[in-house]
Design a protein around this ligand. Structure first.
Ligand SMILES: [Zn+2]
Length: 213
């Protein structure tokens, strides 16, 4: 990051630089945020600092499903009311949250923590596929120690999502587990995290097996 030769005190300058490194925040917005913090009470400003510290100390990934969690296993994997024989595969935690908000799905998840994107140099090694195969082949590694019956592909309906879905299906073929995917109620290019909950609910309900295509 370029050093800014501004008239701000050094620490203010550093704060503006930190804010402008956040996604979607340009220099002007970063300055506005910095002035907001400067004007806020010490108590309010430190509450923000503290919550950032807490999140970085306490939140990690569930060792079963790779969702964000402050306990391991996460809340969803530890919940005996969830159907642990059914696993919905998503690209990232935000997709999981969008799907949970539909209230339609009672199974558990597996978060890949990304998707194939050869142009960005993201290959299968960066995804949590081995963990998924291991959950299927060794039921004691799945939530509640239960054997998995169905894996539902819930990747985004675009080029990278489709090639990731293909790869997952290929990897799972030898396990013999039933593989289905969300129905194509989602228009191509839709992102799950921004989709309408009713559309997502239909996509879960009307999921179909891969062989049906
Ligand atoms: Zn979990």
């Amino acid at each position: 990051m370029a050093k800014n030769n501004s008239a701000y005190p050094d620490s203010v300058d550093r704060m503006i630089n930190e804010f402008s490194s956040l996604p979607g925040i340009g220099r002007r917005s970063a300055e506005r945020l910095a002035f907001h913090i400067l004007k806020a009470s010490k108590e309010d400003a430190l509450a923000l600092a503290k919550v950032i510290e807490e999140v970085k100390n306490d939140v990690g990934h569930c060792s079963i499903c790779w969702n964000l969690a402050d306990n391991d296993p996460c809340q969803l994997c530890s919940d005996p009311r969830r159907d642990r024989t059914r696993v919905l595969i998503v690209e990232q935690p935000r997709d999981l949250i969008a799907l949970e908000q539909t209230g339609m799905y009672r199974g558990v998840y597996h978060v890949l923590l990304g998707r194939l994107d050869p142009l960005a140099g993201i290959g299968e090694d960066t995804l949590t596929l081995d963990g998924l195969v291991s959950r299927i082949e060794h039921p004691e590694r799945n939530a509640g120690g239960e054997a998995i019956d169905e894996v539902i592909l819930g990747l985004n309906p675009d080029m990278e999502g489709d090639s990731t879905a293909l790869l997952v299906a290929e990897k799972l073929a030898r396990t013999g587990v039933r593989v289905t995917r969300l129905a194509r109620g989602l228009p191509a290019g839709t992102q799950i995290e921004y989709a309408n909950p009713a559309v997502l609910a239909d996509a879960i309900h009307d999921r179909r097996s891969l062989e049906a295509d």
